[in-house]
Design a protein around this ligand. Sequence first.
Ligand code: PMP
Length: 442
Amino acid sequence: MPNHIFGRTAKSSMPVAIRGEGCYIIDDQGKRYFDGSGGAAVSCLGHSNESVRLAVREQIDHLEFAHTGFFTTPVAETLADKLVALAPEGIDRVYLVSGGSEAVEASIKLARQYFLEIGEPHRHHVIARRQSYHGNTLGALAAGGNEWRRAQFAPLLVPTTHISPCYAYRGQRDDETPEQYGLRVANELETEIQRLGPETVMAFIAEPVVGATSGAVTAASGYFKRVREICDQYGVLLILDEVMCGMGRTGYLFACEHDGITADIITIAKGLGAGYQPIGAMLTSQKIFDAIAKGSGFFQHGHTYLGHPVAAAAANAVLDVLTSDGMMDRVKTQGEKLQAALETSLGGHPHIGDIRGRGLFRGIELVQDRNTKAAFDPAKKLHAKIKANAFERGLICYPMGGTIDGVNGDHVLLAPPFIIDDSQIDEVVSKLTQSIEAALQG
Ligand code: PMP
């Protein structure tokens, strides 16, 4: 096959994906790959959902595109209504975009414009966490704390301060409970707001469950409640980035439901289109919307494909499946089974430090030494070897390396389609276990 694509890797050639069937992708040689990470936590419904395919076909036959500078459309309006009805309390407005980075960019610019509209022009600082990824466009990249992704572009990134993550496996001390630990790291936000000057801080952004930096890291109970309190106390907007962990991935349509909080802005993408269309959204409150509506009347932002009708049609159909009877319970149940199977197979392994997550969003952290939690030498590229071994065995998983606070990470993220059945859980765990063993020996 001629190869002119400038893709993710400029070096190696890749198999050619031809067809999707349930949880599998099939290449041009007929090889089947179990999509154990849903790509990058995208394909929550698997690869051949009939109702979403039908919705896309119907919409394209009706109206493929109408620019939002001139029109709204029934599908986009329906999608916004559904999202508002399903979102946590306080979310009343929906801004439809084409993906996760776009949603995060929009959220940062919305926060800035909000403070201009209400007469607080000094607020411009964004605080984020060191263990985070918020996207690859320059604004979103600046917000993220992932050193490996940021390094090359550092001179182009607006200064952002990063506080500690809530990462109990590495951060919790022996003399504290998970709750005390959560409170301690949440309070870093207050210290940082005070250091910067509260009147200059615009927003705090965090992923309720960390995804692409270190694999399904959940926060200690009470952490996000304290974060919410601090944001309220200082008038700082809370942006929750649910691009990866939202849309049912954790067993809740919105991951923050588990934490019992809401945000001023929530970003979603990936599972919203489930891979059938590229779509994301920034959800926000009536208060923020009104500040702009009553002020300049115009959000100074926008991309050509905002509210794309075919993408909105796909998302409507995806949401119908996600909110159908029992779907979130299924994610919770299958997620618990996946966790249990991982623990049975890998829990006692001398190089598995942590197995964690929520719903069908699970992460594994590899260590050289379980007692000291010392990491492997990054030069070993263990995570990359696991990915290659798994792929060879017909399993797609999402490996991650890179350092956080000077500690190398070798993590594997699993985010399979919600239709995964029990025998497929066994298939994933068995292939992953073999792949880890082979990588450790290699
Ligand atoms: N935020 C989070 C939490 C993500 O995981 C990602 C993608 N991995 C993004 C933002 C960026 O989304 P996209 O790749 O669709 O631009």
